[in-house]
Design a protein around this ligand. Structure first.
Ligand code: ADP
Length: 571
């Protein structure tokens, strides 16, 4: 407030009480925030703003309450200086908020300080801005007179108001997450407060309305409380703990007054002891609560950081998956050409091959086939991880699907000296909505594994419907078998049994992981059993025809060309 009412006859009015009270309370808010973390620049600057507000309101309150005295002139000048220092402090407060990269350089800070000091000196040591008219008998409004350079004071206020809001705005644009919200609220609160005080305590009073000044002082106190609350909220400080501390301070102050006004020595001793007990137990109580909340807040902060790191890792993982997918794509194309030419060579399209040459080309064909399987698996994994894998569900008879697969793989089994048989329990309905290509991929993979990990005997594929009307496909072999520890890990990425590479070196440990993902997306189950090493293995796939899967749109040409090699490679 820049002008206020000094009543010559009454000393204290309700308005002056509100003004004085606002002055005391605003500083309490500043101190409460400051003691939360006194090492921070923003809490220190906030304390300085509230200290200026305190001086502003107390000076105003005193001027309203006291009669004429020699100190009035000093009070008037102090009122103007403290009023001007609030927005000046707000600029530094805005700068001290540790958000974004923008900070004042020394030159800018020095500029603001020099400008403010000039203004303060003009107010303190000259009559150019404001002076006390001593020759009026009463009416305080007539005692504060505006000097010839008063407009400079108004200009100064407008400049610093704008500068502090501009600083906050700049920080706001750079901020992200909760800090952005924190800054938005601080900016709104400060803008509303500065604007209202400018209107109430300057403009209105220049126009002659003096009685509303106390509202401006209350606005200052309320704004400090709101900004303090925002700082507490977004800095993870505990508002309840602060309220408890305030409550304890009030109780202690009341008890202390009781002690001072004791009526007898016994009264003094009793009340003094109670005060000592309350103060010491409150001290230990708040200290332990503080420690506890601090460690909880630390955990919350860490959890938040972990969450952010996790999001970042997921992004990186997606990028990696995309990269692998693109790389695999580029590897697959030349490999398809190699496979094409080797099969043409074997078919005799370029003339008859000698036995040696035929053997070598066969090896090239086998290796390129294995390589293609691995590349396909890598592409599948990247698609799974980047969430790009697509399913095209359509009604299919799994009896026909299995018959086709067995037909295709029979010769490969025979060339390894193994039998491959199919047994389908008849008179059952094996029609179900599946992504045929992907289900073929899973079953082919299981049979392929059975062939890879069996040295003699045969592979039996069976299908029947369980009592719960689910379709169960069983692939059992007479191969190397698995121990329990192996069974538990084979559906994970890159998991192979310790002895797997002895039997088959080219495996990637990805096939079963992909199979599990595919079956999971069909809402089915896949699992393995084995009686132990050397005792064969059995793989189960269970699908539920009762679960309806949404029909997917007809595939585009690009998608169907991508799918083709997927099963021819694993089949
Ligand atoms: P890959 O066969 O390329 O290693 P898979 O994911 O298909 O990868 O299989 C993972 C592991 O599971 C194999 O390395 C092997 O140890 C084990 N496994 C899979 N099928 C069989 C089987 N029929 N008999 C014994 N072990 C098997």
């Amino acid at each position: 407030m820049f002008f206020m009412h000094v009543n010559l006859f009454e000393t204290v009015t309700p308005a002056s009480l509100v003004t004085l009270g606002s002055g005391v309370l605003v500083l309490v808010v500043g101190i409460l925030i400051y003691v939360r973390d006194s090492s921070r620049k923003d809490t220190t600057m906030f304390l300085l703003i509230t200290a200026s507000a305190m001086v502003w309101s107390i000076t105003a309150g005193l001027l309203q309450s006291i009669s004429h005295s020699d100190i009035e002139e000093a009070l008037i000048r102090l009122l103007y200086i403290s009023g001007a220092s609030m927005p000046m402090m707000s600029i530094f407060f805005a700068d001290s908020l540790s958000v974004g990269k923008f900070r004042f350089n020394k030159l800018r800070s020095a500029g603001i300080i020099v400008l403010s000091l000039l203004m303060f000196s003009l107010i303190a040591f000259s009559d150019l801005i404001v002076w006390r008219r001593a020759d009026v008998s009463h009416g305080w409004e007539n005692e504060i007179a505006r000097g010839p350079l008063f407009f400079l004071f108004v200009l100064y206020l407008i400049v610093v108001f704008t500068a502090s809001l501009a600083t906050l705005w700049r920080k706001y644009r750079e901020a992200a997450g909760v800090f952005k919200i924190e800054l938005r609220y601080i900016m709104i609160a400060l803008a509303i407060a500065m604007f209202s005080i400018f209107i109430i305590n300057l403009t209105l009073q220049i126009m002659g309305y003096y009685d509303v000044a106390w509202i401006g002082h209350m606005v200052a106190f309320l704004t400090a409380t709101i900004i303090g609350y925002i700082m507490v909220k977004y800095n993870f400080w505990n508002i309840k703990l602060m309220a408890t501390e305030l409550f304890i301070v009030l109780i202690s102050l009341t008890l202390f007054t009781e002690v001072i006004f004791s009526r007898s020595v016994i009264d003094f001793v009793v009340k003094g002891t109670i005060l000592a007990l309350v103060v010491s137990s409150s001290f230990f109580l708040t200290r332990s609560v503080k420690r506890e909340t601090e460690s909880r807040q630390e955990v919350e902060k860490l959890a938040e950081e972990l969450h952010n790191v996790n999001i970042r890792l997921q992004e990186l993982n997606k990028k990696k998956s995309n990269f692998v997918e693109i790389a695999a794509h580029h590897l697959r194309d030349p490999l398809t050409a190699i496979r094409g030419y080797t099969s043409m060579l074997l078919e005799g399209s370029f003339g008859l091959l000698s036995a040696n040459a035929r053997g070598a080309v066969m090896k090239i064909s086998e290796s390129s086939k294995r390589l293609l399987v691995i590349i396909e698996e890598f592409m599948d994994i990247s698609k799974i991880e980047s969430g790009k894998i697509e399913y095209r569900f359509e009604k299919a008879d799994l009896g026909n699907v299995l018959t086709d697969i067995i037909e295709e793989m029979k010769s490969s089994a025979e060339s390894s000296g193994l039998s491959l048989t199919l047994e389908i329990v008849p008179k059952e309905d094996y029609r179900i909505a599946v992504d045929i290509g992907k289900i073929r991929q899973v079953i082919s993979n299981l049979i392929d594994n059975a062939l890879k990990y069996s040295l003699k005997g045969g592979i039996k594929v069976r299908m029947y419907k369980t009592r719960k009307k689910k379709i169960l496909i069983i692939v059992s072999d007479t191969g190397i078998g698995m121990i329990q520890a192996t069974i538990e890990k084979i559906f994970k990425k890159f998991s192979r049994a310790a002895n797997a590479s002895k039997f088959h070196t080219g495996g990637s440990g990805l096939g079963l992981y992909v199979a599990k993902e595919i079956i999971r997306n069909h809402d089915g189950r896949i699992w393995a059993e084995s009686a132990g090493l050397g005792k064969g293995s059995t793989f189960y796939v269970e699908l539920d025809p009762g679960i309806m899967h949404q029909a997917t749109p007809v595939p585009t040409e690009e998608q169907s060309s991508e799918k083709g090699p997927t099963f021819s490679a694993t089949g």
